[in-house]
Design a protein around this ligand. Structure first.
Ligand SMILES: N[C@@H](CCC(=O)N[C@@H](CS)C(=O)NCC(=O)O)C(=O)O
Length: 190
């Protein structure tokens, strides 16, 4: 497997997931300053011209949630996802998509002090954080004692926030970020 990577990009999420899976992989460095992500060769892998992308044999994947869903299913021994048909699978998939479809843009709006209008398709940051708090419940992870790829995807947003010097202002979510960052393979930016 090849992960197209830059340590100062969202590719660190896919790398975290690969490490949680115990996968063997190769990092293919992409220099964003040289716009290598827009090269014709790379656009054949990720038409959006963004990092990350994962190539596994004939399979190519882009968008972090898709990569993490794929890896969790490919490495069942890592026990990072409910199996297809399991009752938890629906909530798991929903959280995976929610991470970048709602939580990330809402947090981005807050950071950039942009008003979130309902027409955009995602909610405001406070409502998104309320939703994550409800889903986390008493934790420690989104599925109770079971750490899953949903914690990688949802959790990565709180780890980013820390790295950017921000805090959610919510003790429960900050304690969650502390637990995530204490994991041996936790996401790190270069
Ligand atoms: N929703 C995408 C976001 C990908 C993304 O925005 N990647 C940034 C790096 S953090 C990128 O490649 N930017 C370079 C560019 O847009 O040219 C995902 O989760 O994979």
């Amino acid at each position: 497997m090849k992960l197209y990577f830059n340590p100062r990009s969202r590719a660190v999420v896919a790398k975290w997931m690969l490490d949680e899976c115990g996968a063997k992989y190769e990092l293919v460095p992409i220099d964003l300053s040289k716009r290598e992500q827009k090269s014709p060769e790379y656009l054949k892998i990720n038409p959006a011209g963004k990092l990350p992308a994962l190539v596994d044999g004939d399979a190519r994947l882009f968008e972090n949630p898709a990569i993490c869903i794929y890896l969790a299913d490919k490495f069942p021994e890592a026990k990072l996802a409910p199996k297809i048909g399991a009752p938890e699978r629906g909530r798991y998939l929903s959280l995976m998509v929610y991470s970048t479809a709602q939580l990330e843009p809402s947090m981005g709006d807050r950071m950039m002090k942009v008003e979130t209008t309902p027409q955009r398709g995602w909610t405001d940051a406070e409502s998104a954080l309320d939703a994550v708090e409800r889903e986390l419940g008493d934790g420690p992870w989104l599925f109770g004692d079971w750490f899953t790829a949903a914690d990688v995807m949802i959790g990565s947003m709180f780890v980013y926030m820390r790295m950017l010097g921000g805090k959610s202002g919510r003790p429960k979510l900050e304690a969650y970020a502390d637990r995530l960052m204490a994991r041996p393979h936790a996401m790190k930016m270069g």
